[in-house]
Every structure is written in C-alpha cells, then in structure tokens.
Design a binder for this molecule. Structure first.
Ligand code: PEP
Length: 248
C-alpha cells in the first residue's frame, strides 16, 4: 500500500516567548517543498499570533490540550472552540505529561478528542507505555487498553492521528528500537482495523520520543510510521527542519 502523507508535528510544551516566533518564521520558510504536513503546537499564549500571521496552509498550528466544555467557569482551561477560533487546526490530547501531571484518564482523553471534533479540529491522541510496563512485557496490552479507552467511536482518517509515544523515551534521549516501533505500530494498526475497518488504513500513526535529525530518517521509513510528534527538537527551526527532511 502507498505510504500515507506523513504529519510531522512539534509540541513546544511550556516553552516559547514572543521572540520565538522567529523560529516559526524560519520553519515556515524551510518547508515550502516539504513532502509532509507540518504542524506546531506552541503554548496557548503564542497560538493566535502564530496562526494569524503564519498560517497559510503549509504550516498548521494547534493546541497542546483542550477542555471538554465549549465555555464556562473553568479557570485556566482552554476549549477546543478557543483553539479553533485562534486559528488552530489541531490539538494534542492525552499527552503522557497531561496523563501524569494532571491525572488525565482514558475517559477524559476520549471526551477531549470528542471536544476537538465538535470544534472541527484534528485530534492527535497520544498513547504509550511506561518503562515499568515495558519491562514487565505489558506494552501491547497497555496500548490496546489506551486505544479502547481513549479513542471515541467516530474516529476516521480525517479527524484522528494516533501518536505512539513510549513514556520512557520522551525528553530522555532514549528512542525505542526499530523493532519495537514496528511491533507497536503494527499492533495499533491492527487494533484500529478491528474497530474501524478499512478506514483504519488511513489513520496516521506518529512515533514520538526523542526524535532528532540524526534518527528521523530511519524512524520515518519504518512501516506504519506516518509521521512524528516532536518535543525538544521542534524548538529550533534547524533541528525541526532536519527531521522534516528525513520524511520518505
Ligand atoms: C513529546 O513531547 O511528545 C516528545 C516526543 O518529546 P521529545 O521529542 O522531547 O522526546
């Protein structure tokens, strides 16, 4: 089967001030001929300015999280509708840092994906095992449980991207081996196919966890790898562009 068009997405986490918009300008200038879709999820404070000044189709912007309600008395939260209103086209839900730091459950992540769709956003939904789960050989079971628990029923190729992010590989400099990535992504594809039938063939599955210019080419060439979710290496245009250059 032909490869899906890959999505390389940068997650800036709690990094970036207004001067960082220069990095976004450099990223935009560097992707005119990119073979993939490219997105950056900056902090909420930069989203509107980035999207309004730099969003012209070849560079997409998104949120790092969204609330489940459209509006209301939820101090500090940002709704999917607000992300869309700010010019966002996508939102990350269920990142392991949110699952860990904010106690987000699969049920909440599922509701956030539904909120994203209500607002017309693409949801990048993160799943992944901890080090302890990998060491006790539970990886594939954990991925299956997270998929069942956090992916809503109305998923399709246009509204969902799964990001497989082994928790122990995020921000640590450790990456999963090619064999482990192949096994995890094949498992995710199979479980999605069980649930969504032929539609699952078009749902992109990103790998995330210490992707860098030096390992991107090898990772992005693996079967069922349809892009990458990139944290640290998305903060500098040169590194992020180096990853984008590695798309097959
Ligand atoms: C992430 O935050 O989703 C991530 C993969 O981070 P890093 O690339 O820094 O490991």
């Amino acid at each position: 089967m032909a490869r899906l068009r890959q999505l390389i997405a940068g997650n800036w986490k709690m990094n970036g001030l207004r001067k960082s918009l220069d990095e976004l300008r450099a990223i935009k200038a560097g992707i005119a001929d990119a073979r993939c879709d490219v997105a950056i999820c900056p902090p909420a404070t930069l989203l509107a300015e980035a999207a309004w000044t730099l969003n012209d189709g070849n560079l997409l912007f998104g949120g790092q999280d969204c609330a489940i309600d459209a509006s209301g008395a939820h101090t500090g939260d940002i709704s999917a509708e607000m992300v869309a209103d700010a010019g966002g086209k996508l939102v990350i839900v269920g990142h392991s840092e949110r699952r860990t730091d904010h106690g987000e459950t699969d049920a909440l992540v599922r509701a956030k994906a539904e909120a994203a769709w209500r607002a017309g956003l693409l949801a990048i939904l993160c799943i992944g095992e901890t080090k302890a789960q990998r060491e006790s050989d539970q990886t594939l079971d954990v991925l299956e449980q997270q998929l069942w628990g956090s992916v809503p029923d109305k998923a399709d190729a246009a509204n969902l991207v799964i990001a497989y992010e082994p928790v122990w590989a995020i921000g640590t400099g450790l990456t999963a081996s090619s064999d482990d990535i192949i096994a995890a992504h094949a498992h995710i594809r199979a479980r999605l196919t069980n649930r969504f039938g032929p539609e699952a063939a078009g749902i992109r599955i990103q790998y995330g966890g210490s992707v860098k210019p030096g390992n991107a080419r090898e990772i992005l060439a693996l079967p069922n790898v349809d892009g990458a979710l990139v944290g640290g290496a998305s903060l500098k245009a040169a590194d992020f562009l180096g990853i984008i250059a590695g798309t097959p």
